[in-house]
Design a protein around this ligand. Structure first.
Ligand code: HEM
Length: 138
């Protein structure tokens, strides 16, 4: 049903290894992410109604849940789908997912510095795409 098996073991390994480097700086990573997102797409700013620091924490916690569950994403799928349904209510459209992908890649790159490369980027894009697909399949 979902294409979670399509994530290669090597990409899972890269995403796990790099996420652990970013996690201690999760607040900073979230701040870079939202700053970049609103710089690229200011029209998205009004869709966020709450405190952005709290929002950043929720977003990073969800990423952590996904990264920990990479081998069993099917188990997480119902949770991810209900999150996808809530995003429809927030006014999130298909094209917004690509904007967030670009901002996330930027933020990871800033945090990872010399540990960032094209291989790491494509591994993260594969994971992001998979999660976005599940969210949007709801
Ligand atoms: C992998 C993709 C994404 C993940 C893991 C994610 C994660 C989250 C989480 C955990 C929340 C907290 C509330 C909830 O669970 O419903 C949330 C809320 C929200 N997200 Fe996302 N999100 C993703 C994609 C996006 C995209 C693409 C956008 C738009 C650019 C977006 C905009 C929002 C907005 C507007 C809220 C509500 C904030 C508020 O109430 O102030 N999200 N997101």
């Amino acid at each position: 049903m979902t294409n979670t098996v399509a994530i290669t073991p090597y990409n899972k390994k890269l995403v796990r290894a790099t996420f652990w480097m970013v996690e201690p700086k999760a607040d900073e990573a979230a701040e870079i992410f939202y700053t970049k997102l609103f710089e690229m797409s200011p029209e998205l700013r009004p869709l966020f109604k709450g405190n952005m620091r709290d929002q950043g924490k929720r977003m990073m916690e969800m990423l952590s849940t996904v990264v920990k569950g990479l081998n069993t994403l099917d188990v997480l799928a119902p949770l991810v789908r209900s999150m996808g349904r809530r995003h429809v209510n927030y006014g999130i459209k298909t094209e917004h997912y690509n904007m967030a992908a670009a901002a996330l890649m930027y933020s990871l790159k800033e945090e990872l510095q010399e540990n960032w490369n094209e291989e790491v980027e494509s591994a993260w894009l594969e994971v992001y795409q998979t999660v976005s697909d599940i969210m949007q399949s709801a």
